[in-house]
Structure formats: structure tokens, C-alpha cells
Design a protein. Structure first.
Length: 403
């Protein structure tokens, strides 16, 4: 099969996902178009340069509906002959957009692709599209559906993680993200967002709280205890699937869970011929991709089995991987990953994660892949793995190899 290379990766800064967030004035189409234009300009792309734009986007309604990928192409400077494909694998949408593009290249279906994703959570609220697994009783009751926060607390209960461990991980995420920004580690990848007049809107991740402390987090009440123990008593639903547990220990809150933010990211993928055509040097080879389904009740454990699958398929072990990016949807997700593979926490999310900087659903997968590549280059490492948990019980992963 043909090798698929990652030639470039960029992202917007993350804006607070509220009406007073800096990016609230920007539509998903406009922000996506800015990322596409930045990628094309930086790499000298012109004409029918790529086969397709594959774009992750979770809440595909209203202004984020109607094949947003194609709308973004038409709003950008890209040739209108380039089509667009919007995909949705919930939180892994941005990563799976890249994986799909890479596998198209590897299979010979075109020389170059742009992949990535967007989510404007301040403008199109999460879950506003509805979901059968949550709202259709015939499906929800059969699968043991519970909200993600309950699933995160179920992971903590099942695998023995404490509130103190979760809070410590959150404080460390904030510290690492602040250090990364202070040292300019994101400078190559972050593209400032501007309005139509060229005036700066945002050039930094504004969700961060670098002064977060353990004492401050300890004062926060568990966010999901009320819905778990009160009506509609989701704890009882979870315990029907996990009857060996006496109760669910609720340890997650806003401070040790991912933030609601706006953002977009774009990645340029192609074969060797594509690089020669545009005079580009590949930064990494996309060595392997994987996806998997997992239990929809505990829901967020997917990074473990999908990592097992991608490592086995690549002939690697966790010890062979130099750096990991594991999306910080909730602290327990990362704690479980570290426990399962006995990896050094210093290798995981070196520059902080979604607890500190936020989680723009459709874009996060592409964002963490770019962050992984930047850190591999900065630290002179060879192999990196990015993975995310996924709503309704799935997982996705990608292994990068520097070239």
C-alpha cells in the first residue's frame, strides 16, 4: 500500500463556548474556511490541489448542518471542484476524518486530502440535534444508556480512582498547558482568528485557568451526582449493568472535566507524489489507524481496547510509543488509560489537554494529532499515539511515525 504522510497541521485557538466567548461571532463555516485558507496558503496549494476535504462535526444541525464541509470549501479560496464530506463519530470525528483521508491515500484514491473538523459550541449547543440512543426508549433501555458524566464516574468507581487523583490530573493539565503557551510550543500550529476586515478576534486558548489549585477544585460539588442519585436515577441504570458495584462514586465536576469551547483544526495528508508536486517535506507517516466499539454504558473506556488493537496490528507494544495524546474528556478516562498500559504520566498529554484548553467536539481529534506531532518534533521522538473516547461506546486511534 502507498504511504500516507502528514505534511502540515494547524488549528484555531479555542474560544470559550459561551455567548461572551471571543469566537461566538464566527460561524462554523467561516472558521472552517479560515483554517482551509491558512493551510492552502502556507503550503502553496492551488487549483484542484486535493481530492477532498473531510471534515468532522458532531452537532450537524442549523448552521452546522447541510454538509458543512462542502460549505466551508465554497466559503474558502479552494477550487470549487474540490468536494467536501462531513462525518460524525462524536468526539473522534476530527481524528477519524484524518484517518479516513490517510486510508484513502493508502488505497490509491487520490494523492492529497485536507482533513480536520470544527465545533462552535457557543452557537450550536451540544446535543441540540437529538440522539436516538438518548431519546428513544426502545434503544436507551436496551443499551443501558446513561449520560457521559455518569459513565465517567462509573469508570472511576469500577477502576478505583479517587476525587484526589482526578483533581491532581486536572491541576497538572492546567500547569502543562500554561507552560506550553509560555514557551511558545503551539506557535507553529495556532492560527489567529480574524474578522472579515482582518482585525484580530482571538490568538490564544481563552478557556485556560492556570491558577487552578487543588484547594479550589476540592470546593466544587460533583456535577453528576444529582442526575445519578435523583430523578431519573441514572446510577441505578448503570448498576444494572455493573451489579458487583455497591454504588457510583461521583468524583467529576467542571474542574476535572473537559471544557465547552469553539474551535477548528485542519491537517494536510498526502502521498510522496503529492509532496514532490508542491515541494513539501513530510513531517510524519501515518503508520496505523484503528476504531472500535465498546460498552455503551461505561461508554468512555474505548481508548484502551482501540489502543490494544492498533498496537497489535502494528507489531508494537505500549513501551515502543514515545508520546501519547489521550483526550481529557474526563479525568478518569486518562487515569484508566495510564493504568491499563502502565505508562509514565510524563509521556501523556505533555502540553496539557481538554481539561485545561477545552474540547471542541468535532475538532479535538485533529487538534490533539497536531499537538502530538509538534511535541514529537520538539522532543525529538519517533513514535506517537493519539486516541479519544467516543460517545455511545467507541474508540479511535492513530499512530504517527516521524520521517
Amino acid at each position: 500500500m502507498t504511504d500516507a504522510f502528514l505534511y502540515d497541521a494547524l488549528r484555531s485557538p479555542r474560544g470559550r463556548g459561551r455567548a461572551d466567548g471571543s469566537l461566538n461571532e464566527v460561524t462554523a463555516v467561516a472558521l472552517s474556511a479560515q483554517m482551509l485558507d491558512a493551510l492552502a496558503t502556507r503550503n502553496g496549494l492551488s487549483g484542484h490541489a486535493v481530492e477532498d476535504v473531510i471534515w468532522g462535526n458532531v452537532t450537524q444541525v442549523g448552521e452546522q448542518g447541510g454538509c458543512l464541509a462542502r460549505s466551508a470549501v465554497l466559503a474558502s479560496s479552494l477550487d470549487q471542484a474540490i468536494p467536501g464530506l462531513s462525518i460524525n463519530r462524536f468526539c473522534a470525528s476530527g481524528l477519524d476524518a484524518v484517518n479516513l483521508a490517510a486510508n484513502q491515500v493508502r488505497g490509491g484514491a487520490g494523492h492529497g486530502y485536507i482533513a480536520g473538523g470544527v465545533e462552535m459550541m457557543s452557537r450550536v449547543p451540544m446535543s441540540s440535534d437529538g440522539a436516538a440512543i438518548a431519546v428513544d426508549p426502545s434503544l436507551a433501555m436496551g443499551t443501558g444508556f446513561v449520560p457521559q458524566g455518569i459513565s465517567a464516574d462509573l469508570i472511576a468507581t469500577e477502576y478505583g480512582f479517587t476525587r484526589a487523583q482526578a483533581d491532581a490530573l486536572a491541576v497538572e493539565s492546567q500547569r502543562r498547558a500554561a507552560l506550553a503557551w509560555a514557551e511558545g510550543r503551539f506557535a507553529r500550529s495556532v492560527v489567529p482568528v480574524r474578522d472579515r476586515n482582518g482585525l484580530l478576534i482571538l490568538d490564544h486558548d481563552e478557556y485556560m485557568r492556570p491558577d487552578t489549585s487543588l484547594s479550589a477544585l476540592s470546593a466544587l460539588k460533583p456535577a453528576f451526582q444529582a442526575m445519578g442519585e435523583g430523578m431519573p436515577e441514572f446510577d441505578k441504570v448503570a448498576l444494572m449493568k455493573y451489579p458487583h458495584l455497591d454504588r457510583i462514586h461521583h468524583i467529576h465536576h467542571a474542574g476535572n472535566s473537559s471544557g465547552i469551547v469553539d474551535g477548528a483544526a485542519a491537517i494536510l495528508v498526502g502521498d510522496a507524489a503529492f509532496g514532490r508536486r508542491y515541494g513539501l517535506k513530510p513531517r510524519a507517516r501515518i503508520r496505523a489507524t484503528a476504531k472500535i466499539g465498546s460498552d455503551p454504558t461505561i461508554m468512555l473506556t474505548g481508548p484502551v481496547p482501540v489502543t490494544q488493537r492498533i498496537l497489535a496490528g502494528s507489531g508494537l507494544t505500549a513501551r515502543d510509543i514515545d508520546l501519547f495524546e489521550v483526550n481529557e474528556a474526563f479525568a478518569a478516562v486518562v487515569l484508566r488509560f495510564q493504568q491499563a498500559f502502565d505508562v509514565d504520566p510524563a509521556q501523556v498529554n505533555v502540553n496539557g489537554g481538554s481539561i485545561a484548553m477545552g474540547h471542541p467536539l468535532g475538532a479535538t481529534g485533529a487538534m490533539i494529532l497536531g499537538t502530538l506531532l509538534d511535541e514529537m518534533e520538539r522532543a525529538d521522538k519517533t513514535l506517537g499515539l493519539a486516541t479519544l473516547c467516543v460517545a455511545s461506546g467507541m474508540g479511535a486511534a492513530t499512530i504517527l511515525e516521524r520521517v
